[in-house]
Design a protein around this ligand. Structure first.
Ligand code: AMP
Length: 202
């Protein structure tokens, strides 16, 4: 099932954001999510995300819409209530399975960005990272390491390289950044798109 609100002009680019269905326990996490959504919206972009209203997911979506961006939410039927499906999205796709959700999210994005989150976020990040290394897609993948959230994970990945289970080129498939705006700009450009002229919010 798909619901749509008013038709939009074509977005300048489309970024799939993976992030926590919880807000985390530091207020800075919410600020990061809002910064990401605001950048997407003010640069004429489209957010693709899991379609929920909970946690950082809901904050990114709200901020994108508040800044004039397009929001495509994709949620499996089984999670419509649990993740409090966001019926205010520009497009809300209610799909049958998690696999369908992830496939549609990936298809509709020009680039992927992981913010702080839990195992759902990690699973989605690792999936697009592994798909990239296998050549299933060639879209840029980014990790927003604000507040050092992903330091531990990146340290572990370094150990994996040292232990010979990964090569440097595989780690280099991911763009790491600490500043939301700079990282989004880099990902959109790597994807071959130009962010729209920034619209100043009143
Ligand atoms: P979390 O980071 O655990 O808060 O989850 C963030 C999002 O990932 C939520 O929308 C979850 O529904 C989703 N998620 C949880 N498990 C999976 C999974 N196995 N595959 C894909 N997404 C998942």
């Amino acid at each position: 099932m798909t619901t749509m609100t008013t038709p939009q002009t074509s977005p300048a680019f489309s970024v799939c954001v993976y992030c926590g269905s919880k807000p985390g326990n530091k207020p800075e996490f919410a600020q990061i999510a809002v910064q990401v959504g605001t950048w997407i919206g003010t640069h004429g972009g489209q957010l693709v995300y899991g379609g929920g209203r909970n946690g950082l997911m809901g904050l990114v979506a709200e901020a994108t819409m508040a800044a004039g961006g397009t929001v495509v939410g994709i949620i499996p039927t089984a999670l419509v209530e649990k993740e409090w499906a966001h019926h205010g999205c520009t497009e809300l796709h209610v799909v049958d399975t998690m696999h369908e959700r992830k496939r549609l999210m990936a298809d509709k994005a020009d680039a992927f960005l992981a913010l702080p989150g839990g195992i759902g976020t990690f699973e989605e990040l690792f999936e697009v990272w592994t798909w990239r290394q296998l050549g299933y897609h060639d879209k840029p993948v980014g990790i927003l390491n604000s507040l050092g959230y992903y330091d531990g994970l990146m340290g572990f990945i370094g150990q994996v390289v040292q232990d010979g289970f990964m090569a440097d080129w595989q780690t280099e498939l991911v763009t790491l950044g600490t500043e939301p705006e700079a990282l989004l700009q880099a990902l959109v450009q790597k994807a071959g798109f130009s962010p729209g002229a920034k619209v100043e919010l009143l």
